[in-house]
Every structure is written in structure tokens, then in C-alpha cells.
Ligand binder design. Structure first.
Ligand code: GUN
Ligand code: ZN
Length: 440
């Protein structure tokens, strides 16, 4: 795959975002090389540019993977996903609170068994790669074993991944509860063992305010202060009944987000999934602290939760990452997720541009996780995580593709019509970790 100097070239139509194209759809945000080369050395981006120029500098013996006719884009970043919910995706008929009781909690109950955790973690990471996702922020279950299994599997693949054990000490079945003390201790042990190992990071993960006592949130806040470069990862303001329940459980709070804020959890590297029922003050607070909103369109539609207001979040200065939220989300595919994000924005009068859709699937996630200096674009020196996409993967896509003129049109058709069938190969640090052609 690489020559003696560790050089490897990937040739194709290279497209990546240099920054957020924004509402004005800034043309300079997208860098495109129609016949381009991504040159990789030691697992990092050495250079990106027109094939002719880059190949002229490297000598004829460099190995070249020829992906002409295909798109080479940065790997997708999924900022909120539950790996233990893999086996209960597509569970019928309920909205959030009943869905948790009926399907989620019984499924998560199985993850105290290390064999279940290891088997599911392996499948889950393969499924991410099959869908072109190269980085994710992942929830485990309450069991530390669940996170142990996931980190071990991700480490074996060389994947950049963040995860954490769920903390919950009330309003959940007995078999899924920790305590303020055990949750604190188990999380701290996992941080000490895994945070910063290879490409892994720890996320302190209270499930959501209703399942943590005030004593537990207090301890979680202490952890978040003691380990400021870990993530904080939770849910907020997803569903109307949930929001009403939080105001009963925490009558002193100004808002749902305020509960977390009072425990020091609204900060840099804090990722709040959903953020549908926030008010302007909440959004301003997120913006001023650097906390991030996780936009989960397939989940929000599937559970009938509501519509995330992307345009308002951004204009209020909130950072936003895109997420599948499997198993409430209905697909591992960030391509499908982008398509639903587009529709959710359309329902609110905003048409997200093709460049912005690519941004949401890639660089926005890297920015959300504060790793844009490592992944999310092909900046020189970045880790070479990327995906090769076939814009003609199905007969309909091929037919539509024949009628596209610009790269923006191609991207838009791919995001609207595509899914895992478009993912030809997925690469981590310059090594191919999934190839469609290897499938049985
Ligand atoms: N809120 C608390 N737990 C969950 C969960 O597992 N999924 C979703 N979508 N929302 C939650
Ligand atoms: Zn979730």
C-alpha cells in the first residue's frame, strides 16, 4: 500500500471543506481537485493538489490507488451514537420516554456481559466503517465493561473515537443503576485507563438529567472540572414530555440546560444531543461557553420529537455537529443523516447548500469534537482518515449523475440518493479498513 518512504497516493476527485461555508454559501470554503491526489506519508496528509502537480514531485515508483471517477472526501464524523442500541434500532411505535422503558433499557441490560459487549462493539465499528464514518462520540451503557470492550476494539482499528460509561442512579430499572459514588469511581478509572491512549478520548456521560440524582450530578461536575480535556456528553431538550419532567424534578432550574449548567457541565467539549426545546438564553449560554449541539435528524423524526432549528442555533453562535443517534436514529449512514438534515431545515424555510451538507458530515463534526486540527479536512499534517464514494452506485444515481455539471450538484445528488452502497472504501490513518470489493 505504500512505498519504501511510506508514501502513498490516492487519485480521484478530491473534495473537502476548509471552513464552514456559512449561510452565504462561501465558495472558498470548498476545495476541489477534479483530478486530484491525496498524498499520504506516515498516516498523515503530506499534500493535496492537482494530480499532475503532486505526482510530478514524488517519483514514478510511488504507489497510487486509482479512484478516478470517484469522490475522495474526509471520513464522516458522527457526534452522538449509542453502540449498545445496535440490536434494537427500528423499534416500533413509541416516543422517547416509553421507547426508553420498553426497548432501550432491556437491551442495555445485557451489556454487563463482556462477551455481549465485545461482540456488539466489533459489529458496531465495522458498521461505522462500512458507512464511511471514521470518528464518533459514543455512549456505552452503565456498565464499565461496555466501554472497555469498545475502546479495545477501536484501538485495534486505529480509530479516533470518544466514548463513556453512562451514569444513571435513578428513574431506571435497578439492573441499570449505578450510584453517585460508583458512577464517579468507575468513570474516573476509565478516564485514567483510556483517555488519551492512542486516538481514544473519554466522555463523561450522564444519560440525561432525569436519570441522575442531584448528588450524582454534583459528582459528575467534579469529574468534569478535574478532567477538563475530557468530553461531557448527554441529552437535552429532546421531547416535550421529557422537558416537562425535568422541570418537575428540578423545580429550582430556569431551564433544562440550566440544570447541567448549575453543575458546571456546560463548557467546552460538552456535547448536548438534540437541543430542540431550548430558548434564546440557553443558546447564548451554549455559544459563550463553547458547548456543542448534536443535530440528530433521523432520530428526531423517528421518535416524533420535533425539528432542530439549525439556522437559529448557528446564527446565535452555537457550534453544531451532525449525528445519527442510533438506535433512535434509523441509519448508521451519515449520508442518509445529511439528507434528513436537509429536509428538517427545509421544513423551517432553510435550504442547506451542498457545501454545507459536506461540512456537516465532516469538518463540523471535527470542530464539534475540538479535533479539527487533526481530522475533518485534508489540511497538511492532518491524520489521513478518508472515504472513497461512488456517485454512480445505483442505476438511478448513475442516471442522475450523468445529468450533473458541478461538483456541488454531484454532492447534492449523492447525499440525497446515496447510502452505504456509495462507500467504496474507508481509510484510517492512511490504511484501508473497509473495502466494498472485499465483501463476500
Ligand atoms: N435520552 C435519554 N436517553 C436517550 C437515548 O438513549 N436515546 C435518545 N434519543 N434520547 C435519550
Ligand atoms: Zn442519544
Amino acid at each position: 500500500m505504500s512505498d519504501a518512504q511510506g508514501l502513498h497516493a490516492v487519485r480521484g476527485r478530491i473534495v473537502h471543506c476548509l471552513h464552514d461555508p456559512g449561510e452565504g454559501d462561501d465558495r472558498n470554503a470548498l476545495e476541489v481537485f477534479d483530478d486530484g491526489v491525496l498524498l499520504i506519508e506516515g498516516g498523515r496528509v503530506a499534500r493535496v493538489g492537482p494530480a499532475e502537480d503532486v505526482l510530478a514531485t514524488v517519483g514514478a515508483e510511488v504507489s497510487v490507488t486509482d479512484c478516478r471517477g470517484q469522490l475522495v472526501v474526509p471520513g464522516f464524523v458522527d457526534v452522538h451514537i449509542h453502540y449498545p442500541q445496535t440490536d434494537m434500532i427500528a423499534s416500533y411505535g413509541e416516543q422517547l420516554l416509553a421507547w426508553l422503558e420498553r426497548y432501550t433499557f432491556p437491551t442495555e441490560g445485557r451489556f454487563g456481559d463482556a462477551a455481549v459487549a465485545a461482540d456488539t462493539a466489533g459489529f458496531f465499528l465495522d458498521e461505522l466503517l462500512r458507512n464511511g464514518t471514521t470518528s464518533a462520540l459514543v455512549l456505552g451503557t452503565v456498565h464499565p465493561e461496555s466501554v472497555e470492550a469498545l475502546f479495545q476494539a477501536a484501538r485495534g482499528l486505529g480509530m479516533r473515537l470518544a466514548a463513556g460509561k453512562v451514569l444513571m442512579d435513578r428513574n431506571a430499572p435497578e439492573y441499570l443503576r449505578d450510584t453517585a459514588e460508583s458512577g464517579y469511581r468507575d468513570s474516573r478509572e476509565l478516564i485514567e485507563r483510556w483517555h488519551g491512549v492512542d486516538r481514544l478520548s473519554y466522555a463523561i456521560t450522564p444519560r440525561f438529567a432525569p436519570t441522575s440524582s442531584e448528588a450524582q450530578l454534583e459528582r459528575v461536575g467534579e469529574l468534569a472540572t478535574a478532567y477538563p480535556d475530557t468530553y461531557v456528553h448527554t441529552h437535552v431538550a429532546e421531547n416535550r414530555a421529557e422537558v416537562a419532567w425535568v422541570s418537575e424534578l428540578f423545580p429550582w432550574s430556569r431551564s433544562y440546560l440550566d440544570v447541567y449548567d448549575c453543575y458546571g457541565l456546560v463548557r467546552e467539549r460538552a456535547l448536548y444531543a438534540h437541543c430542540i426545546y431550548l430558548d434564546e438564553r440557553d443558546r447564548r449560554r451554549m455559544a459563550e461557553t463553547g458547548a456543542v449541539a448534536g443535530f440528530c435528524p433521523t432520530s428526531n423524526l423517528f421518535l416524533g420529537s420535533g425539528l432542530f432549528d439549525y439556522a437559529t442555533a448557528r446564527s446565535d453562535g452555537v457550534k453544531v455537529g451532525l449525528a445519527t443517534d442510533v438506535g433512535a436514529g434509523t441509519s448508521f449512514s451519515m449520508i442518509r443523516t445529511v439528507a434528513e438534515a436537509y429536509k428538517v431545515a427545509q421544513l423551517q424555510g432553510t435550504a442547506l447548500s451542498p457545501a454545507r451538507l459536506l461540512y456537516l458530515a465532516t469538518l463540523a463534526g471535527a470542530e464539534a469534537l475540538a479535533v479539527a486540527d487533526r481530522i475533518g479536512s485534508f489540511r497538511e499534517g492532518n491524520e489521513a482518515d478518508f472515504v472513497v464514494l461512488d456517485p454512480t452506485a445505483t442505476p438511478l444515481m448513475a442516471r442522475r449523475h450523468a445529468h450533473t455539471e458541478s461538483v456541488e450538484e454531484q454532492l447534492f445528488a449523492l447525499f440525497t440518493l446515496g447510502d452505504d452502497r456509495c462507500v467504496k472504501s474507508t481509510w484510517l490513518q492512511g490504511a484501508c479498513r473497509y473495502s466494498q470489493s472485499d465483501r463476500a
